[in-house]
Design a protein around this ligand. Sequence first.
Ligand SMILES: [Fe+2]
Ligand SMILES: [Fe+2]
Length: 137
Amino acid sequence: MVPHFDWTKDMSVGDATLDEQHKKLLGQINAIIDRIAGGGIILEKDLVLAMNFFVDYVRQHLTYEEAYMAQGGYPELEEHKKKHAEFFKKYEEIRQRIAESKELPDMLLVDIERYLGNWWLGHIGHEDKKYAKFFGH
Ligand SMILES: [Fe+2]
Ligand SMILES: [Fe+2]
């Protein structure tokens, strides 16, 4: 079974724009997973494009979210920014491996599940929830 990552109501951070961004972000991870798991020949170029599209969207989201936290005077902003930076490290590792394309799709899927899907679920559910709580949501 192919894993999927879906946004649920209990993940809400109390802001419609941010919730929408989180939903889209998880949707893009699912699209990447489907592309790898879809069977047949994987078009490497397609996968790289999907990953680039995903990370561009992530960047937009994180910029927006960091501005949102800064505007509200969130005291743990710097800490939170560090977590965002950690994501890019993991992302870069995976992107590199896809570019080298030496691995079987199954191996890639496991790491995409772990480092993209689970990372984002954990981040939204724990770290983003902290600012939501601080802002009274
Ligand atoms: Fe977020
Ligand atoms: Fe965040």
